[in-house]
Design a protein around this ligand. Structure first.
Ligand code: CTP
Length: 407
C-alpha cells in the first residue's frame, strides 16, 4: 500500500536546471501508488525531454496549451480537473511570478488556474533570486492562495552559488504532497454555509438590513472547500467575490434564504449558519414608494422564520453550527441560544469588542459546544477562526460516525 494509492498527481515542471530531477520525482510518485500526469513549460523542454517523462509516467506529457491533436478535448482543463494533487517542481522565479499574477499563457499556468486540488510549490533557483523581495512577495501570494510552499534545500547550486535554492529530494516532495492531501480532512463531506445579511424590503426602494459584510461566512466556505468538502454557500447581498470551487446561491430576503437552506440541507453533513438573518420584516411591504408626510411614520413588522431552529429540528445525524452576535452577557446569551436552537456548536461573538464582529477582518469569539466546553480564541483573523470552527466540526463529524461512513 502506497501513501498515494489511487491518487492522480499533476506534476508541473518549470524551466530550471533542477528539471532533470523530475524524472526521479515521477518514479517516486509512481512508487507511492500515484498515477502521474506531467505538464511542462516551454523552458522546461530545454532541460529535459518530454519523451523521458512520458516513458516513465506512461502518459502523454502536456506541453502545449493550443494542442488540437486530442479529440476536441481541452487539455489544460482536463488535467487541472482530474488532479487530486498538483506539484510544481522545480518552480522557477518566472513561473512563480506568472502563477502569482494569475497568468494562463501556457499549459502549466492554465491548468493551475483550473485546478481546485491542493497545490505544492517547490521553488528552486539561485539564492539571490530566491531572496529577492519580488520572489518573496510572489511566494507569499501563492501561500495566500492556500498553496503549500516547500522550503528549498541549502547547498552548492548549479550556478556556482552556495546557499538555499536547491530542489529538495524527490522523497521529500512526495511526502509534502501526501501532507497536502491529508489537510483535506473534509474530503467527501458536504458542507452548507450561509453568509452575509438579508434585506427585507420596506417598499421598492428601501430595505431593513444589517452591517454583516459576509467575510466570516465566506471564510468558512473557502476553508471547507480547501479542506476537500463539497460546499454550497447561500449568500445574502455582499460585495465579495464568490469563493473558488463553491456552489453559490444568491438570496436577498430571510424567506429566500430559508427556502435555499431547506432545499440544500438534506444533502449536507455539516451546516454552518453564519448569516446575520433579519429577525423582522414588514408585515406588508409597500408596493409603491412610501411618500413622506408631516409627523413620524410607524412601520408594522412581523417576525421572520428562524432558519437555524428549523434546520436543527430536522437535523438527523447532521452537525449544526450557529453564531451568536451579542452586545451584552455574551456567554449567557450564547449558551441559551445553543440550547434553544438545539445546536452542536455555537460561535459567540461580542460585536461591541474592538476588531470583532461585523465588517472587520478579525474576530474574537468563544466556541461553546453542547457539552458546555468553552474555547476562547482571542483576536484572530476571520480566516483563522474559520479553520478553528471546521476543526471542531470535523471532531463532531467523527464523533457522530459520519467520517467513518465517508472513508
Ligand atoms: N438565525 C436564523 N434565523 C433567524 C435569525 C437568526 O437562522 N431568523 C441564526 C443566525 O444565522 C445565527 C443564530 O441564528 O447562526 C443566532 O443569530 P443571532 O442574530 O445572534 O440571534 P437571534 O436568534 O436573532 O436572537 P437575538 O436577536 O435575540 O439575539
Amino acid at each position: 500500500m502506497g501513501a498515494l494509492d489511487g491518487k492522480r498527481v499533476l506534476l508541473c515542471v518549470g524551466g530550471g536546471i533542477a528539471a532533470y530531477k523530475s524524472a526521479e520525482l515521477v518514479r517516486q510518485f509512481i512508487a507511492a501508488g500515484a498515477s502521474v500526469q506531467v505538464a511542462m513549460t516551454k523552458a522546461a523542454l530545454e532541460f529535459i525531454s518530454p519523451l523521458t517523462l512520458q516513458t516513465l509516467s506512461k502518459q502523454r506529457v502536456a506541453t502545449d496549451i493550443l494542442s488540437v491533436s486530442d479529440d476536441a478535448e481541452i487539455g489544460h482543463i482536463r488535467i487541472g480537473d482530474e488532479a487530486d494533487a498538483v506539484i510544481v517542481a522545480p518552480a522557477t522565479a518566472g513561473l512563480i511570478s506568472r502563477m502569482a499574477s494569475g497568468m494562463a499563457d501556457d499549459v502549466v499556468t492554465a491548468a493551475l488556474l483550473v485546478t481546485t486540488a491542493p497545490v505544492v510549490v517547490a521553488p528552486a533557483m539561485n539564492t539571490n533570486m530566491l531572496e529577492h523581495p519580488a520572489v518573496r512577495e510572489n511566494l507569499d501570494r501563492l501561500a495566500g492562495f492556500g498553496h503549500r510552499i516547500v522550503a528549498p534545500d541549502s547547498g552548492e547550486l548549479a550556478c556556482g552559488y552556495e546557499g538555499p535554492g536547491r530542489l529538495p529530494d524527490p522523497r521529500v516532495l512526495v511526502e509534502e504532497t501526501v501532507a497536502a492531501l491529508s489537510d483535506r480532512d473534509l474530503a467527501g463531506f458536504r458542507v452548507l454555509v450561509s453568509a452575509g445579511p438579508t434585506r427585507e424590503p420596506l417598499d421598492p426602494v428601501r430595505f431593513i438590513s444589517n452591517r454583516s459584510s459576509g467575510r466570516m461566512g465566506y471564510a468558512v466556505a473557502e476553508a471547507a472547500q480547501r479542506r476537500g468538502a463539497e460546499v454550497t454557500l447561500v449568500s445574502g447581498p455582499v460585495a465579495l467575490a464568490p469563493p473558488r470551487g463553491c456552489r453559490v446561491i444568491h438570496v436577498e430576503t430571510a424567506a429566500e434564504m430559508n427556502e435555499a437552506m431547506r432545499a440544500h440541507v438534506v444533502a449536507s453533513d455539516l451546516v454552518v449558519m453564519v448569516a446575520a438573518v433579519a429577525d423582522y420584516r414588514m408585515a406588508e411591504a409597500s408596493p409603491s414608494k412610501i411618500k413622506k408626510h408631516d409627523g413620524g411614520l410607524k412601520l408594522v413588522l412581523e417576525r421572520t422564520e428562524d432558519i437555524l431552529t428549523g434546520i436543527s429540528r430536522a437535523r438527523g445525524r447532521r452537525v449544526v453550527v450557529g453564531f451568536a452576535a451579542e452586545t451584552e452577557d455574551l456567554i449567557e446569551n450564547a449558551v441559551s441560544k445553543l440550547t434553544r436552537k438545539g445546536l452542536d456548536l455555537i460561535v459567540a461573538n461580542d460585536v461591541t469588542e474592538e476588531g470583532s464582529g461585523f465588517d472587520t477582518e478579525t474576530n474574537s469569539a468563544v466556541l461553546i459546544d453542547a457539552s458546555g466546553t468553552q474555547e476562547r480564541t482571542g483576536l484572530i483573523a476571520k480566516t483563522e477562526l474559520a479553520e478553528l470552527i471546521l476543526d471542531r466540526s470535523t471532531g463532531l463529524l467523527i464523533e457522530r460516525g459520519l467520517a467513518a461512513q465517508r472513508a
